[in-house]
Design a protein around this ligand. Structure first.
Ligand code: AMP
Length: 115
């Protein structure tokens, strides 16, 4: 828990969120500013600021973000058409909340490369 972290406050129930998934290690909720018909953020319960801060002991936690993404995509009905699971690292890549989160985006055609 990091006291000044927005996503830690969501985990603590101090800020509301539209939760769609919970496990021992991960929680997912709808992005407040969705960029696709399905736009869900999957976060670890453990506060990890960026990809650069992931430790070897965090591998199971980080892996669990992807099993969550798989379940979320299946529940949203986008698994077969396709979806993107992407994590930005630091400002240069567009990271604005410094608690790692996997963006799960789908429900429309997604261009590549991203901007
Ligand atoms: P990033 O720019 O990769 O760090 O992504 C941060 C994401 O968090 C953005 O897509 C925001 O729209 C989203 N976001 C910010 N505040 C909230 C919130 N209170 N609830 C849900 N999503 C949020």
């Amino acid at each position: 828990m990091s006291s000044d972290c927005l996503f830690c406050k969501i985990l603590a129930g101090e800020i509301p969120a539209d939760l769609v998934y919970e496990s021992d290690t991960a929680v997912a909720f709808r992005d407040i500013n969705p960029q696709a018909p399905t736009h869900v953020l999957v976060i670890p319960r453990k506060h990890i600021a960026t990809i650069n801060d992931i430790e070897p002991d965090d591998q199971q936690i980080v892996g669990s973000l992807y099993t969550a993404a798989r379940e979320i995509a299946a529940a949203a009905g986008i698994a077969e058409d396709g979806y993107r699971a992407v994590m930005n690292c630091n400002e240069g890549a567009g990271q604005s909340v410094f608690h790692i989160h996997l963006h799960v985006l789908g429900g429309r055609a997604l261009g590549w490369p991203p901007g």
